[in-house]
Write a protein that binds this ligand. Structure first.
Ligand SMILES: Cc1ncc(COP(=O)(O)O)c(C=O)c1O
Length: 489
């Protein structure tokens, strides 16, 4: 196949160039019928391809023409047997993955620190989660992935599970040994579903961790929009044939997708794929070089630490993506949140995320030398301002015990509930999510039995000033529980 071609983008552009007289939606008709300021801001080119699935432009729900061709090129570029375009982000692709393999009552093995789209899919599908604790990094105060050994134990205990879900790489760019995890799950005929929201680029350079398709996974939900150069909200779902039917995936994807698919988003997937396939290696090469030199400079700033190869110290940290700069700021004596706000207010710098101990900055093909120089200048300034006042804090990252799941999250979500003081809720079934971030691991999800140990854990975290999030009552005095469903006699 010729990866230099863009059948979808070219097809849509050619259609717009014919300037057809339009008697169809979108009603702005190339921008002429919309607010003038917005029309001028977006420009004629973008508005001329803001189209929907009229006959010459194919249909994402039943691709036969230019979308099919664009998806086939993407499959080749990502090393998949099939690629499905998503205009509903990786969240949409993740829900499709889970609903493609799980029916109500089916088990799915998942890490405890999953994105909300995974818990949503578990509720929608009626699946029963079998949770695995991710490994914690006590030095950085973050959670990593799950280990092959933990997956082996979970598969042995639940050989009837319908899927193993792996986050590869994590938000912080860390990966476990995915090939090994795939071998283990496949030895039980269990498909491996990968949340690859933060890993579209890793497929294109040998110094980056193995992508889901390279590691032999069955499905991967991949955010092209996050790090692959397409527009926000556009993602792909990659499939390797064998344990999962592509017809089933197409059906579920279609059920969860708008009938008014944006051709601007679809065309951006087609062109991002071309850019990655044609130039991905070179682009990643310069990102890695820029990130490596930035990491070196950051580590020369007093009280700042940016981990590199030394992070690869356990089974959960088999490999890492060097373009993610995890910047530990705990030795500055202020939190990552404070650093984020300080950078915004003093240097107009926006970071990717912050938590109590770190900020995360990402290096992509959109970066130039001067961007990282500004970051280094800002953090040097901050470090100088805080020097002398610093008291190094020890991080204690603990993980709550995983409570017993008494109802499926779906049954709990639809059950009638009542509000109780938290201290009186022991033995009752939670109807809410409660989690501490960092490390982003839920204490309760809907359907789990509340224990006194886990209530004590919540109080410990509140007293330590850690953000406990999730419940409707943000003071955590009260919690919603399932009405009159006594879990214990
Ligand atoms: C780990 C992880 N998975 C899935 C998603 C969902 O991706 P999207 O925003 O494209 O729906 C995110 C988004 O931040 C994420 O961090």
């Amino acid at each position: 196949m010729n990866q230099n071609q863009t059948p979808l983008f070219t097809g849509v552009k050619n259609h717009a160039d014919k300037k057809p007289t339009q008697f169809h939606i979108p009603g702005h008709k190339g921008g002429k019928g919309m607010d003038k300021e917005f029309q001028q801001f977006l420009g004629d080119n973008a508005l001329s391809i803001d189209l929907i699935n009229i006959e010459p432009l194919d249909d994402l729900h039943h691709p036969q023409g230019m979308i099919k061709d664009a998806q086939s090129l993407a499959a080749e570029a990502f090393g998949a047997d099939y690629t499905f375009f998503s205009v509903q982000g990786t969240s949409g692709a993740i829900m499709t993955m889970i609903m493609s393999v799980c029916q109500p009552g089916d088990k799915i093995i998942v890490p405890r620190n999953v994105h909300k789209s995974i818990t949503t899919a578990i509720i929608f599908s009626g699946a029963k989660p079998v949770f695995i604790h991710p490994e914690l990094d006590n030095r950085l105060g973050i959670s990593h992935g799950i280990t092959p050994e933990a997956v082996e134990r979970a598969c042995l205990a639940h050989p009837d599970a319908k899927g193993v879900l792996v986050i590869n790489p994590t938000y912080f760019g860390i990966t476990a040994d995915l090939s090994h995890i795939v071998d283990i799950a496949h030895s039980y005929d269990i498909p491996v579903l990968v949340d690859e929201a933060h890993g579209v680029h890793i497929h294109f350079h040998e110094r980056l961790p193995l992508s889901a398709m390279q590691a032999g996974a069955d499905l991967a939900a991949t955010s092209v929009h996050k790090l692959g150069g397409s527009l926000t909200q556009s993602s792909v779902l990659n499939l390797r044939e064998g344990l999962v039917s592509h017809e089933r995936v197409q059906t579920i994807m279609s059920m969860l997708t708008t009938t008014s698919t944006s051709y601007i988003l679809l065309a951006s997937l087609d062109t991002a794929r071309r850019h990655l396939a044609m130039n991905g290696h070179e682009l990643m090469e310069s990102c890695i070089r820029l990130a490596d030199s930035t990491r070196k400079s950051l580590n020369q700033i007093p009280s700042i630490y940016c981990p590199g190869d030394e992070i690869l110290a356990s089974d959960a940290t088999h490999d890492y993506d060097p373009t993610k700069l995890i910047i530990s700021v705990k030795n500055l004596g202020i939190s990552g949140y404070d650093v984020e706000v300080w950078l915004r207010e003093n240097y107009s710098i926006e970071v990717e995320l912050s938590d109590l101990y770190n900020i995360l900055c990402i290096i992509t093909p959109g970066d130039r030398e001067e961007n990282v120089e500004r970051l280094i200048e800002a953090l040097t300034d901050l470090s100088e301002q805080s020097s002398g006042t610093v008291e190094t804090k020890e991080i204690v990252v603990k993980v709550p015990d995983i409570p017993v799941l008494s109802l499926s999250p779906r049954e709990a979500f639809y059950a009638s509930t009542e509000v109780l003081p938290l201290r009186d809720a022991v033995g009752r079934i939670s109807a809410e999510f409660v989690m501490v971030y960092p490390p982003g691991i839920p204490i309760f999800i809907p359907g789990e039995i509340i224990t006194s140990d886990n209530i004590a854990y919540i109080h410990e975290n509140i007293q330590a000033g850690l953000p406990v999030q999730g419940p409707e009552d943000s003071t955590l005095e009260t919690i919603h529980v399932i009405t009159e469903q006594k879990a214990f006699k």
